[in-house]
Design a protein around this ligand. Sequence first.
Ligand code: ATP
Length: 242
Amino acid sequence: MVMEGPIAYQRIRNISDNVTNDWRKTYPRVFQRRVMRYHRVPDETIKRLPIYLRRAMHLSEVGVKCVSSTELASLLGVTPWQIRKDLSYFGGLGTRGVGYNVESLVNHIREILKLDVVRKAALVGVGNLGSAILAFPGFLPFGLEIAAAFDIDKRKVGKKRNGLIVEDITHLGILKEQGITLGIIAVPGDAAQKIADELIKVGVKAILNLAPRYIEVPKRVKVITIDIALYLARLPYYVPSK
Ligand code: ATP
């Protein structure tokens, strides 16, 4: 049978929607891997997922059961289209006309970001910034835990900071034994590259670089650099001159 025009398209869409839904329900992990293999998920989408997750976790805490992409979008200052597009990389997750079940949304995004198990991270550099990071309670709701801290300064090594004994930087090898693959760099800029190289040597696969310096890493390693000063440096531009 030859099908033409919008009806043919609708038929194909219905078939593929059904197949998609069956796969998604029966084999969620396999489905996710397949979807991710065929569509390279843009980094911008991955950047927004924790924002959706944070808001969905909050809605869940206050007892909201269901949220539409329009409601979610207005809470976050993005467009509903953007949310639907971002989540479509992982099979959509919502039901047309109903919206997203908040609890499922939380669970799914956690799964996508691999935050469905506690993830341990190591901090290098327990100076002012590193100490603030250690004391920061905001990683826990995402299931992120700083489980090891290192410094080169003998006055800091062996001391307890926020329940963690600061280790000597020469003991970085314990990360391999503990299977810790996330690293946070909070050392001065001129030490950042060396620390990144050493972290990678002991099996770290993703780095949050808080040092004010670009660091070079092999392609297989993910680096996110956050230099707070660069954000503040943009602000005066927007302040009207007298
Ligand atoms: P403080 O004055 O307490 O050292 P700070 O934030 O001013 O704090 P920075 O010079 O920014 O200090 O260094 C941050 C931290 O990084 C310090 O604790 C320092 O000892 C540590 N550090 C510097 N170089 C290294 C290195 N190669 N390996 C590990 N830690 C290092």
